[in-house]
Design a protein around this ligand. Structure first.
Ligand SMILES: Nc1ncnc2c1ncn2[C@@H]1O[C@H](COP(=O)(O)OP(=O)(O)OP(=O)(O)O)[C@@H](O)[C@H]1O
Ligand SMILES: [Mg+2]
Length: 502
């Protein structure tokens, strides 16, 4: 007997204000299978999954579960059918505790009293965390956790909600290698329970590791469905981008000049401990370390966002006092945050206004009015430079695909023409083609004598683009490695605390 797919989406189409973002796209997945959904930024992956989970309504097309046609008009409908969605952008509520987040929307009540059973939910959350190897406290405020930890909450939420189909949109983008491994174990467990997983990721190695088949989209159209055992990475990339892509890391040799930024014995609570390093003009320094090693905190102390407890910061040899990102910009320093939802974009504003925001002064004309025409010209220039897929200046930022939002953030800070740039996970959730564009932009900045710090958890990326690598471990600089001595093992030794430059 022929086995029927657990889920079939047939000829789904969707337009936003007249623009077709999905055209006759079909996707099916069997129980016990992990189906990869692959495509460039803006290809339509998240939109297709938002339709499946009841967030968007499709214009045409049909959805079948176990061979029966179903109608999904709301998130509730989808939940009732056992479909859960782990979103690309975090939706954890920062003011609630870990356990409150896990049980949000499906709180457990005590027998007939109908009182919320806090003790049970706390205990259950503790178990779930433990089963995933998470060490943070169930009573902690979610907002105090790292991005990686918040993501784990979302995964636990979906797993605990008795789903049959779990959609994971870029689930590992901010997880450490260890957390990723744990996640893969969880996925294997879901599979063995007969659940179906739809897995969106820009990390091809992962797709080969956890998925059995792949559905590829390009520009809202279905390009093909194939078994992963039958294709290699290059074939996948060319299906995805419609061309071959050579060398992923276009490295250029540096010609480093004088030291522009120097940080001496920086301390912040117990998160940043005696951190010292420097950046020279015309070089890219990679900052490696595990999630929670204090890399973003270090950046935020430099930016004045966190108030340092001691230590000094020098720009061009002069001691500076930076109390806010405004002071930082004045000193030519910008920070591109790892968390675009929390810190990057004002999601209900137009893309164009988001982009020009830190640089508004430039556009003030007579009577203090903003000259919009010039703003639009600059917007167009940067949108083109960075191949941002947008309908134009007035498109609302939250309507851009995840990867394109990331590019807008980069553009917005580049517009301030800074001297020192700190990039925090700049290519998280960005497709292979766009990643390369970003590396090329970094190289261009390097050629123009900027000093660049790239914080990244992607080891290949750190190795591929850095001239020097600073590795952090538990708030300290554990070591510094030159490009010629750099390797995955060398970084890991410092990152896990086996070696210390001490
Ligand atoms: N609510 C919306 N209103 C208008 N346009 C939208 C909306 N949501 C998505 N789009 C557009 O639909 C297209 C597909 O976006 P989608 O988020 O599905 O891409 P994606 O494949 O998930 O990309 P990424 O890898 O960057 O996350 C994009 O051009 C995006 O701008
Ligand atoms: Mg997406």
């Amino acid at each position: 007997m022929e086995v029927k797919p657990l889920l079939e989406m047939v000829k789904i189409s969707k337009s936003f204000s007249g623009v077709k973002v999905l055209q006759d796209v079909s996707l099916s997945v069997y129980g016990g299978e992990v189906m990869a959904l692959l495509g460039e930024n803006g290809a339509g992956k998240s939109t297709l999954m938002k339709i499946l989970s009841g967030l968007y309504k499709c214009d045409s097309g049909e959805i079948y579960l176990d061979g029966h046609k179903v109608q999904i008009d709301s998130v509730k409908d989808a939940q009732k059918l056992g479909i859960s969605f782990i979103h690309q952008e975090l939706s954890v509520l920062p003011n609630l505790t870990v356990w409150e987040n896990i049980f949000l929307g499906h709180e457990v009540t005590k027998g007939c009293t109908k009182k919320i059973d806090k003790a049970f939910m706390r205990e259950k959350s503790r178990e779930l965390l433990k089963s995933l190897g998470c060490t943070f406290d169930v009573n902690a405020k979610a907002g105090d956790l790292t991005i990686g930890e918040m993501q784990m909450i979302e995964i636990i939420k979906a797993v605990s909600a008795n789903s049959r189909i779990v959609i994971m949109d870029e689930p590992t983008a901010s997880l450490t290698d260890y957390e990723t491994k744990k996640l893969f174990e969880v996925i294997a467990a879901l599979k063995s329970k007969g659940m179906a997983v739809i897995y969106i990721s820009h990390r091809l190695d992962e797709i080969f590791e956890v998925c059995s088949r792949v559905t590829v989209l390009r520009d809202g159209k279905l390009i093909g469905v194939t078994e992963l055992g039958k294709v290699d990475k290059n074939q996948l990339i060319s299906m995805m981008v419609g061309r071959n892509l050579e060398e992923q890391y276009p490295y250029i040799a540096p010609s480093p000049g004088k030291v522009i930024l120097s940080v001496e014995k920086l301390n912040y609570k117990n998160k940043v401990k005696n951190v010292s390093f420097s950046l020279r003009e015309g070089e890219i320094v990679g900052m490696a370390g595990l999630v929670g090693a204090g890399r973003s905190e270090t950046a935020k102390v430099i930016l004045g966002e966190y108030k340092k407890t001691s230590g000094d910061i020098f720009v061009n040899g002069k001691k500076v006092d930076i109390k806010s990102s405004k002071d930082a910009i004045k000193n030519g320093i910008v920070y591109l945050s790892e968390d675009r939802k929390k810190e990057g974009l004002i999601s209900n504003w137009p893309v164009g206004e988001n982009m020009t925001l830190p640089n508004l002064k430039k556009y003030v004309g007579n009577f203090g009015r903003i000259v919009k025409k010039e703003e639009v010209i600059d917007f167009k220039e940067y949108a083109k430079k960075m191949s941002i897929k947008t309908t134009g200046y007035s498109q609302i930022a939250s309507n851009l695909s995840g990867g394109n939002q990331q590019k807008v953030i980069i553009a917005k800070w580049l517009m301030t023409k800074p001297q020192i740039l700190i990039f925090d996970e700049p290519t998280r959730g960005i497709d292979v083609g766009a990643k390369k564009e970003i590396y090329e932009i970094l190289n261009e900045l390097k050629k123009n004598n900027k000093a660049i710090l790239v914080i990244s958890s992607d080891m290949q990326e750190i190795l591929g683009i850095s001239d020097r690598i600073v590795v952090m471990h538990e708030g300290e600089v554990a070591g510094e490695i030159d490009r010629k001595n750099a390797s995955q093992e060398a970084i890991m030794k410092y990152a896990v605390g086996i070696s210390n430059r001490g």
